[in-house]
Design a protein around this ligand. Structure first.
Ligand SMILES: [Ca+2]
Length: 262
């Protein structure tokens, strides 16, 4: 084994360790700032123009900020391709994501004791729901078909009510400058049935805050509806659709019924 090979292996191990440490740190750093690429930029191994390029990033790519302090005009970020550095002038940093402070979700607009999650469970159940309490505030059972997986559930404990366009995604797509009231309206929109949907909890966690360019539900039959709803919600609320999102949406739509291909 040559010195160069050993050195390269050590470098790979160091980079892998740095990534795992950062990932571990990030997993408890739920309030991290989001980073969006606004001009093409390289993700580099060190904060200087001479260092190795880990990946070329495109406009609309996303990452997480690891620390607010810049080094040599570079930010230290966590990207899908690994931990690295991006030139600060080509990225936009979004305010720290603090859902409990920034978003009032699951409110009870009509004051009937059923908050938004319960309202969605009631509206989407295929049979009349039963409640856990005499005041009918909390749903105890029903029957729901999760469009993400195509599976059917009877216990609401297996379901999460998903914001089709997740709050964190909405935040960096424009909601960061909304008033608190508008955020509450977004988080509790019951007027448009596709905005909030009861789906398998596990898949909501898998989806996280990713757009359709990074995550689509496992149920292929639902993809056309999914991208159409995603686009409609972003347009209705004046949220930015990234180039990567639009590319995926167009690609999915080409496969949808009613599309004429040349
Ligand atoms: Ca209510």
């Amino acid at each position: 084994m040559t010195t160069r090979t050993i050195s390269r292996q050590r470098y790979s191990i160091r980079r892998c360790c740095a990534f795992l440490v950062a990932l571990l740190g990030f997993s408890v750093m739920c309030g991290a700032h989001d980073v969006v690429i606004i001009r093409e930029v390289n993700l580099r191994a060190s904060p200087n123009t001479e260092s190795e390029i880990i990946q070329e990033l495109e406009v609309g790519d996303e990452a997480r900020l690891l620390t607010l302090e810049k080094e040599n005009d570079y930010y230290h970020v966590l990207h899908d391709a690994g931990v690295g550095w991006v030139w600060a002038r080509n990225v936009k940093i979004f305010p720290e994501y603090l859902p409990e402070k920034q978003w009032r979700y699951w409110s009870d607009a009509d004051g009937d004791c059923q908050h938004t999650r319960q309202e969605v469970l009631i509206a989407e159940s295929e049979i009349e729901v039963t409640f856990t309490d005499p005041s009918n505030c909390t749903v105890g059972a029903g029957r729901w078909t999760d469009p993400y997986s195509g599976e059917t559930f009877t216990d609401p404990g297996d379901l999460e009510v998903d914001h089709m366009v997740p709050l964190r995604n909405a935040q960096r797509s424009g909601a960061w400058e909304w008033t608190k009231k508008r955020r509450e309206e977004y988080a509790n929109d019951l007027d448009n049935p596709e905005h909030l949907i009861a789906v398998k909890s596990y898949l909501v966690r898998r989806k996280g805050d990713q757009g359709p360019d990074k995550w689509l539900p496992p149920n292929d039959d639902y993809h056309c509806q999914y991208v159409e709803d995603w686009q409609a919600i972003k347009q209705r609320w004046g949220l930015v659709l990234s180039a990567a999102e639009l590319k995926t949406i167009d690609k999915v739509k080409e496969t949808c019924p009613g599309v004429i291909t040349k």
